[in-house]
Ligand binder design. Structure first.
Ligand SMILES: [Fe+2]
Length: 282
């Protein structure tokens, strides 16, 4: 059977992708971030996942305001890299896992989550930057990737609680798939940041640290944070943190924190990162 061996929560700051692509991670500004992800690269290489289930949001690359799916599950064989204005990032195309993705679609929809099935989707920095941070610059990504794209762009996004419960349904789906696969779940986005308006540049280290503490040991407390509190405390783009809760819901309740990294600033945002391991699935 397929099993979830661990989870990775990470920011997906687009400027990090640009810094990696242009060989700038050795610069004084980016060095702390590069260093902070070194242990994570090692961890992921040791885990040897067959599949990464990656929760992220699209930034008007694959979806415009014409169609706004709340949860869009990528079931395609491959996902091309989106052109976000400067040409697609020069990173490998993403290979999907259609059999497992369709199984997850069936299981979660029959469990009453209204997932949108997507058979054609370009993937942007929300998905590729986490892969670059955790894998470097390989000729091909070393695992298949199933993208789950979540609407955190246009109000109303899903609630923290809905995301956490979807994570649990995804875990049930993955664990009932009859191939022997090692799966790592990524939850990406956040932490506190606001990109526009009078509060542009807002970073709330206290909120972020509290969130990280609870994320490891008491995620249910985080599922009770209403949208307005995410926005008030973590800025308008801090709402991306609900995507972390899909990953957390997909892990065991007592999953063990094995790594944490927090750094401010990275392109006007707080970079937050945590790795958790399931105790029973290794
Ligand atoms: Fe984002």
């Amino acid at each position: 059977m397929a099993r979830i061996i661990g989870g990775v929560a990470t920011s997906h700051v687009p400027a990090i992708g640009a810094a990696i692509d242009h060989g700038r991670m050795g610069d004084a500004y980016w060095q702390p971030v590069a260093k902070g992800y070194e242990p994570s690269k090692k961890w992921l290489a040791e885990q040897k996942p067959d599949v990464v289930f990656l929760v992220y949001n699209d930034h008007a690359s694959a979806f415009s305001l014409e169609i706004i799916p709340t949860f869009a599950l990528g079931c395609a064989e491959t996902f091309p890299i989106a052109d976000e204005g400067w040409g697609p990032r020069k990173v490998p195309a993403v290979q999907g896992h259609p059999d497992l993705a369709w199984h997850i679609a069936q299981s979660t929809i029959l469990d009453e989550f209204d997932i949108t099935i997507v058979n054609k989707m370009a993937v942007d920095h929300g998905l590729t930057v986490p892969l670059s941070l955790l894998c470097g610059q390989p000729a091909a990504w070393p695992f298949r990737v199933i993208p789950l794209c979540v609407n955190v762009i246009q109000y109303p996004p899903p609630t923290a609680h809905r995301c956490y419960m979807l994570g649990k349904a995804i875990r049930k789906a993955i664990e009932s798939f009859d191939q022997d696969l090692r799966v790592v779940v990524f939850g990406t986005g956040g932490m506190s940041h606001q990109l526009q308006g009078p509060r542009a540049g807002l970073i709330n280290k206290e909120f972020d640290r509290r969130f990280l503490d609870r994320f490891a040991t008491d995620p249910e407390a985080l599922t009770r944070i209403p949208h307005v509190d995410f926005i008030r405390e973590a800025g308008s783009e801090g709402i991306e943190l609900v995507m972390w809760l899909i990953m957390r819901g997909a892990l065991e309740d007592d999953a063990k924190e094995v790594y944490r990294f927090y750094h401010v600033p990275a392109s006007n945002t707080a970079v937050g990162h945590m790795i958790l391991e399931n105790k029973r699935a290794a």
